[in-house]
Design a protein. Structure first.
Length: 255
């Protein structure tokens, strides 16, 4: 009994103090969240999302006040939100292809790029050591903060708020083909045409522009003689992939 009380007391000591912020510091986060269109009820959740474990350790704050638990939750929420979007957007995409595309969207470099574009790094609470070693710009740290932010948004306002945020900052990138290098749109188009016995697919380069060291190719895909889509890229193959993507969008969303 005596031993268990000693363990309990040691555990209490490790808990540390609660994270404290001045009104000015909280105002900084309020202004930032408003600038990216986020309305909220529990500001502490979002501050926690930007709190790195190095800051917690250095200031002897309660261990669970860092962003790691929110990161865990945000990872799952993000996968669900991206999965649903892909399921609805690409009617004819196989499970394997959707898995590949989702992996490209939620991988560390992609999430870090999102966080960087939103200037998340400017608002992360870091310990001095992490700060001095460039933690504020480290891709892994930024990706974790992005996931933690999604977790905080979900807890504060639910899935609809998450969908709304992604609709502004992530979904357009998917729709615009930013991750298309991971996908084989030509194969998808060929499978769709063959399945529905619609005719023969052909590609042709209709334009080449730019200097020799930075050429841009424009490809058109035709179904028999009917144009289906036009796309451009830095190589003929990439241009054909972009044209096939446009054709799939046209066939999947007929007017």
């Amino acid at each position: 009994m005596h031993q268990s009380r000693k363990i309990y007391r040691r555990g209490m000591k490790r808990q540390g103090k609660k994270l404290q912020m001045t009104k000015a510091q909280k105002a900084k986060y309020k202004q930032f969240l408003e600038s990216i269109g986020v309305t909220y009820e529990k500001e502490d959740l979002f501050i926690q999302a930007f709190t790195h474990s190095s800051y917690v350790n250095e200031h002897r704050i309660r261990p669970h006040d860092d962003n790691e638990r929110l990161e865990f939750l945000g990872d799952a929420v993000l996968e669900l939100a991206i999965s649903q979007y892909l399921f609805k957007l690409f009617d004819h995409m196989s499970e394997g292809e959707m898995t590949k595309l989702r992996a490209a969207i939620v991988c560390e470099p992609s999430l870090a790029k999102n966080a960087e574009q939103l200037h998340f790094g400017d608002y992360v609470l870091l310990g001095k050591g992490e700060e001095m070693t460039g933690g504020r710009e480290r891709p892994a740290l930024l990706a974790d903060v992005f996931e933690a932010f999604i977790g905080a948004l979900y807890l504060d306002s639910g899935m609809e708020a998450v969908y709304g945020f992604l609709q502004k900052f992530v979904y357009p990138k998917i729709h615009d083909g930013e991750f298309s290098h991971m996908m084989d749109f030509k194969s998808q188009l060929q499978e769709l045409i063959q399945r529905e016995n619609q005719g023969q697919v052909n590609y042709q380069i209709v334009q080449e522009k730019g200097p020799a060291h930075s050429r841009e190719f424009v490809s058109e895909v035709l179904l028999d003689e009917e144009p289906l889509g036009i796309g451009s890229g830095k190589s003929k193959k990439e241009a054909e992939q972009m044209a096939a993507q446009k054709a799939l969008e046209k066939l999947n969303n007929p007017e």
